[in-house]
Design a protein around this ligand. Structure first.
Ligand code: HPA
Length: 290
């Protein structure tokens, strides 16, 4: 997966979509429905894009959808590549490489995650303020191509502070709006900031591992996002990360974890999540035009 491969994929996407794309959006487990909301959709199955892998996970569609949200053009990765699927890490981050070459300046990464805190229940959304990489692999291992970014990129601010601020403001406005519209009885906080810890998976964690992860200062645990976030920063793309808390992590309650439950919670929270994403995209798009 080298620079030339990414150029080929970029040219192919440009030939199909032919639009300047400002924002890339990666949709996590159970969250793929947002792609349906795009106007003037161009749908490109991964198997048609040169050098893209295929998504093997149930609940991940495996296609790139380019279209507009309230006039802002986005490229949506409906289904991502996970390290646990057996791909080389370079394959996992390949779409981000291509987004960079397409001129994307902002990436919104979403995922399903398990909370390691009893106080942070399923169905809530977490704004990722930082991450801990326990995947056992670095995205950037191997030869570095300076055309993507530097050999030793700084990760002090992986998750862009300005984008976080936009997300927090829009979450407040959405909470207010939901009360007005009669969807919620009282104003409920929609987003809580936290630290995302990534493990390779595909098995969920043991209770002992979850206790360790909590001690390390994480708020939630998952199996994705970190590779793409690092690749994006490496390329100078701003990153916003949002987790949907689909379950309490292993051992936090007596309940065992089930992928179907993860998917169902993702879908249940879908409406709120989609409304928030729409607002954030609109704000990022408008800021750019100013
Ligand atoms: N652990 C890891 N990944 C996950 C979880 C979890 O509890 N829930 C959703 N993705």
């Amino acid at each position: 997966m080298n620079y030339e491969n990414a150029v080929e994929a970029r040219d192919f996407i440009n030939s199909r979509a032919g639009k300047k794309i400002g924002i890339a959006l990666v949709l996590g487990s159970g969250l793929g429905g947002f792609a349906e909301e795009l106007d003037e959709k161009v749908v490109i199955p991964y198997e048609e894009i040169p050098h893209f892998a295929l998504s093997t996970v149930q609940g991940h569609a495996g296609q790139l959808v380019v279209g507009d949200i309230d006039g802002v053009t986005v490229a949506v990765q409906q289904g991502r590549f996970h390290y646990y699927e057996g791909y080389d890490i370079k394959q996992v981050i390949f779409p981000m490489r291509v987004f960079g070459l397409l001129g994307v300046k902002n990436a919104i990464l979403t995922n399903a995650a398990g909370s390691v805190l009893t106080s942070f229940k399923q169905g809530r959304l977490m704004l990722i303020r930082d991450h801990i990489n326990l995947m056992g692999v670095s995205t950037l291992r191997g030869e570095n191509d300076e055309r993507f970014g530097p050999r030793f990129p700084d990760l002090t601010n992986v998750y862009d502070v300005g984008l976080q601020e936009i997300a927090v403001q829009e979450a407040h406005k959405l909470a207010k709006q939901r009360v007005k519209d009669g969807l919620d009885k009282k104003r409920a906080p929609i987003l809580r900031r936290g630290v995302y810890c990534a493990l390779a998976g595909p098995n969920y964690e043991t209770p002992a591992e979850v206790r360790l992860i909590r001690m390390l200062g994480a708020t939630a645990v998952g199996m994705s996002t970190v590779p793409e976030a690092i690749a994006a920063r490496h390329q100078g793309i701003k990153v916003l990360g949002i987790s949907c808390i689909t379950n309490l992590a292993a051992g936090i309650t007596n309940q065992v974890i089930d992928h179907n439950e993860v998917m169902e919670t993702g879908e249940r929270v879908g409406e709120k999540f989609k409304a928030l994403l729409r607002r954030i995209i609109r704000r990022i798009g408008n800021k750019k035009q100013k």
